[in-house]
Ligand binder design. Sequence first.
Ligand code: FE
Ligand code: FE
Length: 165
Amino acid sequence: MAEKTLDTLFHDTLKDIYYAERAILKALPKMKRGAQSPELKEAFDTHRSQTETHVERLQQIFEMLGKRAQGKTCEAIEGILAEGEETLAEYKGTPALDAGLIAAAQAVEHYEIARYGTLKRWATMLGMDEAAELLDATLKEESETDETLTGLADSAVNEEAMAQG
Ligand code: FE
Ligand code: FE
């Protein structure tokens, strides 16, 4: 078996997040359709277009590595998105739906934040400064999205879930 180094780990983890980003790209329109609050719909829409950029940035990094852009099934994101779908189905038409969708979306963002934080650190260690910058740009957008979602949860959405519960 070939020796596994940090380069290998970096490439494998890049495939993991590449798979995850493309799965998220498909899930966001469903979450937008499910959301009741116009602000939440808008947040999902904004993040969908950011996610397109995240996919492109990853493709650029694969290119820097001289590798084909390729995903590798990420069981973690599959599980997180499946739970989101479950919330969507089980809470449809209830005042708690948006609160549930925000929770699902934040689980997604936190997964991405974990991955991008790691990948950025490894890119720096491997002397791939340009890749580290791209990863940092995405990391910032994931963190901002997380904060936006927290803001929405703090404002109307959770209160609505409580008031009508
Ligand atoms: Fe992303
Ligand atoms: Fe994201």
